[in-house]
Design a protein around this ligand. Structure first.
Ligand SMILES: Cc1cc2nc3c(=O)[nH]c(=O)nc-3n(C[C@H](O)[C@H](O)[C@H](O)COP(=O)(O)OP(=O)(O)OC[C@H]3O[C@@H](n4cnc5c(N)ncnc54)[C@H](O)[C@@H]3O)c2cc1C
Length: 386
Protein backbone atom coordinates (compact mmCIF):
# COMPACT_ATOMS: atom_id res chain seq x y z
CA UNK A 1 0.00 0.00 0.00
CA UNK A 2 1.25 3.51 -0.85
CA UNK A 3 1.14 6.42 1.60
CA UNK A 4 -0.16 8.78 -1.12
CA UNK A 5 -1.52 8.37 -4.64
CA UNK A 6 -1.69 11.48 -6.81
CA UNK A 7 -3.92 11.37 -9.89
CA UNK A 8 -2.67 13.59 -12.74
CA UNK A 9 0.60 15.25 -13.70
CA UNK A 10 -0.59 18.82 -14.26
CA UNK A 11 1.08 21.53 -12.16
CA UNK A 12 -1.16 20.69 -9.18
CA UNK A 13 -0.43 16.96 -9.13
CA UNK A 14 3.30 17.13 -9.74
CA UNK A 15 3.74 19.88 -7.13
CA UNK A 16 1.82 17.88 -4.52
CA UNK A 17 3.68 14.68 -5.44
CA UNK A 18 7.10 16.32 -5.23
CA UNK A 19 6.34 17.72 -1.77
CA UNK A 20 4.91 14.54 -0.24
CA UNK A 21 7.70 12.40 -1.70
CA UNK A 22 10.30 14.84 -0.34
CA UNK A 23 8.73 14.45 3.12
CA UNK A 24 9.28 10.68 2.89
CA UNK A 25 5.80 9.45 1.90
CA UNK A 26 5.78 6.38 -0.35
CA UNK A 27 4.15 8.11 -3.35
CA UNK A 28 2.59 6.95 -6.62
CA UNK A 29 1.49 9.28 -9.45
CA UNK A 30 -0.97 7.95 -12.03
CA UNK A 31 -1.30 9.76 -15.38
CA UNK A 32 -3.68 8.73 -18.17
CA UNK A 33 -1.48 10.08 -20.98
CA UNK A 34 2.15 9.44 -21.84
CA UNK A 35 4.44 12.37 -21.08
CA UNK A 36 5.14 14.76 -22.63
CA UNK A 37 1.45 15.24 -23.46
CA UNK A 38 -0.41 18.16 -25.02
CA UNK A 39 -2.51 20.38 -22.73
CA UNK A 40 -4.49 23.25 -24.30
CA UNK A 41 -3.20 26.32 -22.44
CA UNK A 42 -1.95 29.84 -23.13
CA UNK A 43 1.17 28.91 -21.18
CA UNK A 44 1.42 32.23 -19.29
CA UNK A 45 3.04 31.31 -15.98
CA UNK A 46 2.72 34.38 -13.77
CA UNK A 47 5.27 35.57 -11.22
CA UNK A 48 2.60 34.67 -8.67
CA UNK A 49 2.70 31.06 -9.93
CA UNK A 50 6.52 31.02 -10.04
CA UNK A 51 6.71 32.30 -6.46
CA UNK A 52 4.62 29.31 -5.31
CA UNK A 53 6.57 26.74 -7.31
CA UNK A 54 9.32 26.11 -4.74
CA UNK A 55 11.87 25.20 -7.42
CA UNK A 56 13.71 27.28 -9.99
CA UNK A 57 12.46 26.78 -13.53
CA UNK A 58 15.30 25.99 -15.99
CA UNK A 59 15.88 28.80 -18.50
CA UNK A 60 15.45 26.28 -21.32
CA UNK A 61 11.71 26.08 -20.47
CA UNK A 62 11.19 29.85 -20.64
CA UNK A 63 10.23 30.85 -24.19
CA UNK A 64 9.57 34.55 -23.48
CA UNK A 65 9.51 36.88 -20.49
CA UNK A 66 6.55 39.28 -20.29
CA UNK A 67 6.63 42.69 -18.68
CA UNK A 68 3.30 44.13 -19.75
CA UNK A 69 -0.05 43.85 -21.46
CA UNK A 70 -1.86 45.28 -24.46
CA UNK A 71 -5.64 45.56 -24.21
CA UNK A 72 -7.76 45.85 -27.33
CA UNK A 73 -11.43 46.61 -27.70
CA UNK A 74 -12.86 47.38 -31.15
CA UNK A 75 -10.47 49.84 -32.75
CA UNK A 76 -9.04 51.05 -29.40
CA UNK A 77 -5.80 49.75 -27.98
CA UNK A 78 -3.83 50.50 -24.81
CA UNK A 79 -0.47 49.19 -23.63
CA UNK A 80 1.15 49.13 -20.25
CA UNK A 81 4.57 47.98 -19.12
CA UNK A 82 5.66 47.15 -15.57
CA UNK A 83 9.12 47.70 -14.15
CA UNK A 84 9.24 44.05 -13.12
CA UNK A 85 8.61 40.76 -14.90
CA UNK A 86 4.93 39.73 -14.79
CA UNK A 87 5.06 36.25 -16.29
CA UNK A 88 7.05 33.82 -18.37
CA UNK A 89 5.71 32.00 -21.40
CA UNK A 90 6.09 28.23 -21.42
CA UNK A 91 4.80 25.27 -23.41
CA UNK A 92 2.70 23.03 -21.21
CA UNK A 93 3.96 19.74 -22.63
CA UNK A 94 7.51 20.62 -21.59
CA UNK A 95 6.60 22.36 -18.31
CA UNK A 96 4.40 19.52 -17.07
CA UNK A 97 6.96 16.89 -18.11
CA UNK A 98 9.64 18.77 -16.18
CA UNK A 99 7.48 19.09 -13.04
CA UNK A 100 6.62 15.39 -13.16
CA UNK A 101 10.34 14.53 -13.50
CA UNK A 102 11.06 16.70 -10.43
CA UNK A 103 8.48 14.67 -8.47
CA UNK A 104 10.15 11.44 -9.64
CA UNK A 105 13.58 12.82 -8.66
CA UNK A 106 12.11 13.49 -5.19
CA UNK A 107 11.24 9.79 -4.91
CA UNK A 108 7.71 9.46 -6.36
CA UNK A 109 6.87 6.53 -8.63
CA UNK A 110 5.12 7.54 -11.88
CA UNK A 111 2.96 5.32 -14.06
CA UNK A 112 1.87 6.77 -17.40
CA UNK A 113 -0.78 5.73 -19.89
CA UNK A 114 -3.00 4.41 -17.08
CA UNK A 115 -6.45 5.93 -16.64
CA UNK A 116 -8.15 6.13 -13.27
CA UNK A 117 -11.72 4.84 -13.62
CA UNK A 118 -12.98 5.51 -10.09
CA UNK A 119 -11.92 5.95 -6.50
CA UNK A 120 -13.53 4.86 -3.25
CA UNK A 121 -12.56 4.52 0.36
CA UNK A 122 -12.48 1.43 2.54
CA UNK A 123 -12.11 1.59 6.29
CA UNK A 124 -8.32 1.46 6.29
CA UNK A 125 -7.38 2.80 2.83
CA UNK A 126 -8.40 4.57 -0.36
CA UNK A 127 -8.78 2.40 -3.46
CA UNK A 128 -7.97 3.74 -6.93
CA UNK A 129 -9.43 1.61 -9.73
CA UNK A 130 -7.54 1.99 -13.01
CA UNK A 131 -7.27 0.42 -16.44
CA UNK A 132 -4.35 -1.58 -14.99
CA UNK A 133 -6.08 -2.76 -11.82
CA UNK A 134 -6.53 -1.35 -8.31
CA UNK A 135 -3.98 0.59 -6.25
CA UNK A 136 -4.31 1.34 -2.53
CA UNK A 137 -3.06 4.23 -0.44
CA UNK A 138 -3.63 6.03 2.84
CA UNK A 139 -4.61 9.23 1.04
CA UNK A 140 -5.47 10.23 -2.55
CA UNK A 141 -4.82 13.66 -4.04
CA UNK A 142 -7.16 14.24 -7.00
CA UNK A 143 -5.25 16.45 -9.45
CA UNK A 144 -7.10 15.10 -12.48
CA UNK A 145 -8.36 18.41 -13.84
CA UNK A 146 -11.76 19.92 -14.51
CA UNK A 147 -13.43 16.57 -15.38
CA UNK A 148 -12.03 14.93 -12.25
CA UNK A 149 -13.06 11.33 -11.62
CA UNK A 150 -11.86 11.65 -8.04
CA UNK A 151 -14.17 14.63 -7.37
CA UNK A 152 -17.21 12.36 -7.73
CA UNK A 153 -16.55 11.17 -4.17
CA UNK A 154 -16.38 14.71 -2.83
CA UNK A 155 -18.79 17.11 -4.56
CA UNK A 156 -21.51 17.34 -7.25
CA UNK A 157 -20.31 18.11 -10.80
CA UNK A 158 -19.74 21.75 -11.84
CA UNK A 159 -22.76 23.33 -13.49
CA UNK A 160 -22.56 25.12 -16.87
CA UNK A 161 -22.54 28.47 -14.99
CA UNK A 162 -19.44 27.33 -13.14
CA UNK A 163 -17.32 26.56 -16.17
CA UNK A 164 -15.78 28.38 -19.06
CA UNK A 165 -14.92 26.92 -22.46
CA UNK A 166 -11.65 27.88 -24.12
CA UNK A 167 -10.13 27.18 -27.54
CA UNK A 168 -6.42 27.55 -28.18
CA UNK A 169 -4.01 26.94 -31.06
CA UNK A 170 -0.37 27.57 -31.80
CA UNK A 171 0.04 29.85 -34.81
CA UNK A 172 3.54 29.43 -36.31
CA UNK A 173 5.42 32.74 -36.65
CA UNK A 174 9.03 33.84 -36.97
CA UNK A 175 10.54 35.30 -33.81
CA UNK A 176 11.17 38.54 -35.74
CA UNK A 177 7.45 38.82 -36.49
CA UNK A 178 6.58 38.08 -32.87
CA UNK A 179 9.06 40.76 -31.71
CA UNK A 180 7.51 43.25 -34.08
CA UNK A 181 3.93 42.34 -33.19
CA UNK A 182 4.11 42.19 -29.39
CA UNK A 183 7.69 41.50 -28.20
CA UNK A 184 7.29 40.99 -24.43
CA UNK A 185 3.62 41.59 -23.69
CA UNK A 186 0.44 39.56 -23.54
CA UNK A 187 -2.38 40.85 -25.74
CA UNK A 188 -6.00 40.66 -24.54
CA UNK A 189 -8.99 41.32 -26.83
CA UNK A 190 -12.32 42.21 -25.23
CA UNK A 191 -15.57 42.25 -27.19
CA UNK A 192 -14.69 39.24 -29.38
CA UNK A 193 -16.85 36.91 -27.28
CA UNK A 194 -19.81 37.85 -25.03
CA UNK A 195 -18.42 37.00 -21.57
CA UNK A 196 -14.71 36.43 -21.93
CA UNK A 197 -11.80 37.51 -24.08
CA UNK A 198 -9.35 36.52 -26.78
CA UNK A 199 -5.59 36.41 -26.30
CA UNK A 200 -2.37 36.49 -28.30
CA UNK A 201 0.68 35.39 -26.32
CA UNK A 202 4.25 35.48 -27.68
CA UNK A 203 6.12 32.16 -27.63
CA UNK A 204 9.22 30.74 -29.31
CA UNK A 205 8.42 30.38 -33.03
CA UNK A 206 4.66 30.70 -32.57
CA UNK A 207 1.86 32.68 -31.00
CA UNK A 208 -0.58 31.09 -28.59
CA UNK A 209 -3.95 32.38 -29.80
CA UNK A 210 -7.14 31.58 -27.96
CA UNK A 211 -10.57 32.62 -26.79
CA UNK A 212 -12.35 31.82 -23.53
CA UNK A 213 -15.95 32.46 -22.58
CA UNK A 214 -18.50 31.37 -19.97
CA UNK A 215 -19.73 28.08 -21.41
CA UNK A 216 -23.48 28.70 -21.17
CA UNK A 217 -23.11 31.82 -23.36
CA UNK A 218 -20.76 30.23 -25.90
CA UNK A 219 -22.97 28.99 -28.71
CA UNK A 220 -20.56 28.67 -31.64
CA UNK A 221 -17.03 28.61 -30.23
CA UNK A 222 -15.34 27.46 -33.45
CA UNK A 223 -16.96 30.22 -35.52
CA UNK A 224 -15.97 32.78 -32.89
CA UNK A 225 -12.40 31.43 -32.90
CA UNK A 226 -12.01 31.53 -36.68
CA UNK A 227 -13.46 35.01 -36.90
CA UNK A 228 -11.03 36.15 -34.16
CA UNK A 229 -8.05 34.71 -36.09
CA UNK A 230 -9.26 36.29 -39.34
CA UNK A 231 -9.69 39.65 -37.57
CA UNK A 232 -6.08 39.45 -36.41
CA UNK A 233 -4.96 38.92 -40.01
CA UNK A 234 -3.36 35.54 -39.12
CA UNK A 235 -3.46 32.62 -41.52
CA UNK A 236 -6.52 30.60 -40.52
CA UNK A 237 -6.49 27.93 -43.23
CA UNK A 238 -4.77 25.10 -41.32
CA UNK A 239 -5.59 26.12 -37.76
CA UNK A 240 -6.81 23.28 -35.55
CA UNK A 241 -7.65 24.73 -32.13
CA UNK A 242 -8.08 22.45 -29.13
CA UNK A 243 -10.89 23.05 -26.68
CA UNK A 244 -10.99 22.52 -22.95
CA UNK A 245 -13.13 23.52 -19.98
CA UNK A 246 -11.99 25.72 -17.09
CA UNK A 247 -13.74 25.81 -13.72
CA UNK A 248 -14.43 29.42 -12.80
CA UNK A 249 -17.05 29.03 -10.07
CA UNK A 250 -17.99 26.53 -7.45
CA UNK A 251 -15.45 27.90 -5.00
CA UNK A 252 -17.74 27.01 -2.12
CA UNK A 253 -17.74 23.34 -3.12
CA UNK A 254 -16.15 20.77 -0.86
CA UNK A 255 -12.55 19.88 -1.68
CA UNK A 256 -11.89 17.10 0.86
CA UNK A 257 -13.47 13.92 2.15
CA UNK A 258 -12.22 10.88 4.05
CA UNK A 259 -8.75 10.10 2.59
CA UNK A 260 -9.29 12.43 -0.42
CA UNK A 261 -8.10 15.95 -1.28
CA UNK A 262 -8.89 17.80 -4.52
CA UNK A 263 -6.41 20.29 -5.99
CA UNK A 264 -6.13 22.68 -8.97
CA UNK A 265 -8.88 22.48 -11.60
CA UNK A 266 -10.39 19.43 -9.87
CA UNK A 267 -11.08 21.72 -6.90
CA UNK A 268 -12.32 24.59 -9.13
CA UNK A 269 -9.37 26.89 -8.40
CA UNK A 270 -9.18 29.23 -11.42
CA UNK A 271 -9.27 33.05 -11.61
CA UNK A 272 -12.76 33.73 -12.99
CA UNK A 273 -11.77 36.90 -14.85
CA UNK A 274 -8.45 35.95 -16.45
CA UNK A 275 -8.70 32.17 -16.47
CA UNK A 276 -5.33 31.92 -14.74
CA UNK A 277 -5.18 28.48 -13.16
CA UNK A 278 -1.56 27.43 -12.82
CA UNK A 279 -0.80 29.71 -9.84
CA UNK A 280 -3.71 28.20 -7.90
CA UNK A 281 -2.97 24.65 -9.07
CA UNK A 282 0.56 24.99 -7.70
CA UNK A 283 -0.56 26.74 -4.48
CA UNK A 284 -3.25 24.13 -3.77
CA UNK A 285 -0.77 21.34 -4.58
CA UNK A 286 1.48 22.77 -1.86
CA UNK A 287 -1.40 23.06 0.66
CA UNK A 288 -2.68 19.54 -0.06
CA UNK A 289 0.83 18.16 0.41
CA UNK A 290 1.21 19.94 3.76
CA UNK A 291 -2.16 18.54 4.86
CA UNK A 292 -1.32 15.01 3.70
CA UNK A 293 2.05 15.12 5.48
CA UNK A 294 0.36 16.21 8.74
CA UNK A 295 -2.23 13.45 8.37
CA UNK A 296 0.52 10.89 7.71
CA UNK A 297 2.47 12.00 10.79
CA UNK A 298 -0.67 11.77 12.96
CA UNK A 299 -1.93 8.66 11.15
CA UNK A 300 -5.32 10.32 10.80
CA UNK A 301 -6.74 10.59 7.26
CA UNK A 302 -10.32 11.28 8.32
CA UNK A 303 -12.37 14.09 6.83
CA UNK A 304 -11.98 16.00 10.13
CA UNK A 305 -8.20 15.84 9.91
CA UNK A 306 -8.12 16.80 6.20
CA UNK A 307 -10.43 19.80 6.81
CA UNK A 308 -7.31 21.86 7.61
CA UNK A 309 -6.67 21.84 3.82
CA UNK A 310 -9.62 24.16 3.25
CA UNK A 311 -8.39 26.49 6.00
CA UNK A 312 -4.91 26.59 4.45
CA UNK A 313 -6.39 27.52 1.04
CA UNK A 314 -8.63 30.08 2.71
CA UNK A 315 -5.68 31.71 4.48
CA UNK A 316 -3.66 31.75 1.29
CA UNK A 317 -5.52 32.31 -1.98
CA UNK A 318 -9.24 31.47 -1.81
CA UNK A 319 -10.43 35.01 -0.92
CA UNK A 320 -8.57 36.36 -3.97
CA UNK A 321 -10.29 33.79 -6.21
CA UNK A 322 -13.66 34.76 -4.75
CA UNK A 323 -12.98 38.44 -5.47
CA UNK A 324 -11.90 37.52 -9.03
CA UNK A 325 -15.35 35.97 -9.41
CA UNK A 326 -17.06 39.11 -8.07
CA UNK A 327 -14.95 41.32 -10.33
CA UNK A 328 -15.74 39.13 -13.34
CA UNK A 329 -19.49 39.28 -12.64
CA UNK A 330 -19.40 43.08 -12.31
CA UNK A 331 -17.30 43.46 -15.45
CA UNK A 332 -19.52 41.23 -17.61
CA UNK A 333 -22.74 42.71 -16.29
CA UNK A 334 -21.87 45.76 -18.37
CA UNK A 335 -19.29 44.35 -20.80
CA UNK A 336 -19.25 47.26 -23.26
CA UNK A 337 -18.88 49.92 -20.58
CA UNK A 338 -16.28 47.92 -18.64
CA UNK A 339 -14.20 47.10 -21.72
CA UNK A 340 -14.33 50.67 -22.91
CA UNK A 341 -13.23 51.92 -19.52
CA UNK A 342 -10.29 49.46 -19.35
CA UNK A 343 -9.06 50.21 -22.86
CA UNK A 344 -9.14 53.97 -22.30
CA UNK A 345 -7.70 54.13 -18.80
CA UNK A 346 -3.95 53.91 -18.42
CA UNK A 347 -3.79 54.19 -14.60
CA UNK A 348 -6.31 51.35 -14.29
CA UNK A 349 -4.37 49.08 -16.65
CA UNK A 350 -1.07 50.03 -14.97
CA UNK A 351 -2.56 48.89 -11.70
CA UNK A 352 -4.31 45.80 -13.07
CA UNK A 353 -1.19 44.18 -14.54
CA UNK A 354 0.30 43.86 -11.04
CA UNK A 355 -2.33 41.22 -10.22
CA UNK A 356 -0.04 38.83 -12.10
CA UNK A 357 2.69 39.30 -9.51
CA UNK A 358 0.46 38.20 -6.64
CA UNK A 359 1.46 41.38 -4.75
CA UNK A 360 -1.87 43.00 -5.65
CA UNK A 361 -5.16 41.16 -5.08
CA UNK A 362 -8.59 41.68 -6.66
CA UNK A 363 -9.97 43.20 -3.44
CA UNK A 364 -7.23 45.88 -3.34
CA UNK A 365 -7.76 46.52 -7.04
CA UNK A 366 -11.53 46.97 -6.58
CA UNK A 367 -10.98 49.20 -3.54
CA UNK A 368 -8.66 51.31 -5.68
CA UNK A 369 -11.25 51.62 -8.47
CA UNK A 370 -14.35 52.25 -6.31
CA UNK A 371 -13.77 55.94 -5.40
CA UNK A 372 -12.50 56.70 -8.92
CA UNK A 373 -15.33 54.94 -10.77
CA UNK A 374 -17.69 57.93 -11.29
CA UNK A 375 -14.83 60.02 -12.68
CA UNK A 376 -13.58 57.21 -14.94
CA UNK A 377 -17.10 56.54 -16.21
CA UNK A 378 -17.51 60.16 -17.26
CA UNK A 379 -13.99 60.52 -18.68
CA UNK A 380 -13.48 57.14 -20.39
CA UNK A 381 -16.99 56.04 -21.37
CA UNK A 382 -19.39 58.99 -21.67
CA UNK A 383 -16.62 61.38 -22.78
CA UNK A 384 -15.46 58.95 -25.52
CA UNK A 385 -18.90 58.37 -27.06
CA UNK A 386 -18.90 58.94 -30.76
C1 LIG B 1 -7.26 27.02 -23.41
C2 LIG B 1 -6.75 27.28 -22.01
C3 LIG B 1 -5.78 28.25 -21.79
C4 LIG B 1 -5.29 28.47 -20.49
N1 LIG B 1 -4.27 29.38 -20.32
C5 LIG B 1 -3.73 29.55 -19.09
C6 LIG B 1 -2.61 30.42 -18.91
O1 LIG B 1 -2.10 31.02 -19.86
N2 LIG B 1 -2.10 30.56 -17.65
C7 LIG B 1 -2.63 29.87 -16.57
O2 LIG B 1 -2.13 30.03 -15.45
N3 LIG B 1 -3.69 29.04 -16.73
C8 LIG B 1 -4.23 28.84 -17.95
N4 LIG B 1 -5.27 27.96 -18.12
C9 LIG B 1 -5.74 27.19 -16.95
C10 LIG B 1 -4.75 26.05 -16.65
O3 LIG B 1 -4.43 25.35 -17.82
C11 LIG B 1 -5.33 25.09 -15.61
O4 LIG B 1 -5.90 25.81 -14.56
C12 LIG B 1 -4.23 24.17 -15.07
O5 LIG B 1 -3.73 23.34 -16.07
C13 LIG B 1 -4.77 23.32 -13.92
O6 LIG B 1 -3.77 22.41 -13.52
P1 LIG B 1 -4.15 21.02 -12.86
O7 LIG B 1 -2.86 20.39 -12.49
O8 LIG B 1 -5.17 21.22 -11.81
O9 LIG B 1 -4.90 20.17 -14.00
P2 LIG B 1 -4.47 19.79 -15.46
O10 LIG B 1 -3.36 20.65 -15.93
O11 LIG B 1 -5.72 19.75 -16.26
O12 LIG B 1 -3.88 18.32 -15.31
C14 LIG B 1 -4.71 17.23 -15.05
C15 LIG B 1 -3.91 15.96 -15.36
O13 LIG B 1 -4.66 14.84 -14.95
C16 LIG B 1 -4.65 13.86 -15.98
N5 LIG B 1 -5.88 13.09 -15.84
C17 LIG B 1 -7.16 13.52 -16.04
N6 LIG B 1 -8.05 12.54 -15.82
C18 LIG B 1 -7.31 11.46 -15.45
C19 LIG B 1 -7.67 10.12 -15.10
N7 LIG B 1 -8.94 9.71 -15.08
N8 LIG B 1 -6.67 9.25 -14.79
C20 LIG B 1 -5.36 9.66 -14.80
N9 LIG B 1 -4.98 10.90 -15.15
C21 LIG B 1 -5.93 11.80 -15.45
C22 LIG B 1 -4.58 14.68 -17.26
O14 LIG B 1 -4.09 13.91 -18.35
C23 LIG B 1 -3.63 15.80 -16.84
O15 LIG B 1 -2.29 15.43 -17.04
C24 LIG B 1 -5.79 27.72 -19.39
C25 LIG B 1 -6.78 26.76 -19.61
C26 LIG B 1 -7.26 26.53 -20.90
C27 LIG B 1 -8.30 25.47 -21.12
Amino acid sequence: MYDAIIIGTGPAGSTAARNVATAGLNTLIIEKDTLPRVKPCGGALSEHALSNLGIKLPNSLIERECFGARIRYGTCSLESEACERLSVMVSRDRLDHHLANCAVDAGAELIEGVRVRSTHTDEDCAVVETTEGAFRSKVVIGADGVNSVCAKNVRPPFTSQEICFALEAEIPASNEWIDEYILNKGEFHFGVVPKGYGWVFPKDGHFSVGIANRSQDFLRPMDAYLSFIKGLGFDHTNVKPRGHFLPIGGLDRKTYANRILLVGDAAGYVDAFLGEGMAYAIASGNMAAETAIDAWQNDDFSQGSLASYHKRCMDSFLPNLKYSSIFSKLFYRFPKISSKMLVNNEPMLNKYIYLATGKLGYLSFMKWIAPRLPYYLVKDVIGKRR
